[in-house]
Design a protein around this ligand. Sequence first.
Ligand code: HMG
Ligand code: MG
Length: 303
Amino acid sequence: MSAIPSQVLVTESSPRDGLQSLGALVPTEAKARLIDDLSVAGIKSFDAVSFVNPKAVPQMADGAGVIAAVQNREGVELGGLVPNMKGFEAAIEAGVDTIGLLTAASDEFNQRNINATVDEAMHRIRRILLEVPRGVATRSYISTATHCPFEGDQDPDWVAHLAGTLVEWGSDTVYLGDTIGKATPSHIEILLEHVLEEVPVEKVGIHLHDTYGQALANTTVALEHGVARMDTSAGGLGGCPYAPGATGNLATEDLLYMLDGMGIEHGARLPDVARVARDFCEEQGLDYNSRAGKALLASQERE
Ligand code: HMG
Ligand code: MG
């Protein structure tokens, strides 16, 4: 087991994963302002938008507009998730800094999500990786890395094989997605033991949804294995339109509170992140779901 990292990269997924399932369209300017306000609060990496079929996910139809409307680009990395070559070309045209590539471990979820088997999605990714311009970073997501809503438990050996292959093909990093938030610390432990046989720890990230309330415990296991890249969503916003019942990612504020307590650097200011996310949720009529954020804001209001 590696040493617990002294610093982690927190990537903020609220503008993309946090909003993609919402029926009511959030205005482009409000999405860009969320990114700007969170970057002022110290978050420098964003899973900002996706370039997918707007008929499938109407909320993400304005990806290029969001990227163009972000004011503060200094030191800020904006990511665009792409399911195919068309999305990749749109993302590069829009000027993203990072391309998020997409497969699942399970065929059934992948078919429903991006209309491709795992094999087909892997080959799409391979073709895209060959086209990525210099200076644009790549991260590959493996969704349903522990559980699939349709096929159940996933084989960690298979996920490790996919992760190793993606890195071998040139993906800078690989993010393991617990898409439906069902994993417990034992699942993450076993998964990482397999994946870290194939991929150096500095290239591995986690993308955990908090549906069953396990994401923070699972993050601790990842930290104990030396993983220093994690996606979270301010206010706990989110879910996946193709994963029934799945709720948002681990709330950014909950992670920051734990990292602060453990003395692990992340560069963001928790009270500012909480205020920005709470205000965004109020403005858009959304539930604010960070436990640490709620507690902190309530204690500040009592002072
Ligand atoms: P398809 O039907 O196989 O695509 O869908 P197609 O190539 O046959 O094209 C159908 C239509 O889509 C055409 O338009 C294309 O132009 C258009 P029409 O002729 O009907 O007007 N199209 C596109 N438009 C914009 N951008 C594109 C694009 N590609 C085709 N890139 C496709 C395949 C992947 C497009 C579709 O299934 C899709 O868009 N799926 C959306 C999936 C999605 O956004 N899921 C949520 C994100 S994944 C996630 O949340 C998991 C993650 O968070 C990790 C985790 O939690 O585990 C990352
Ligand atoms: Mg997700």
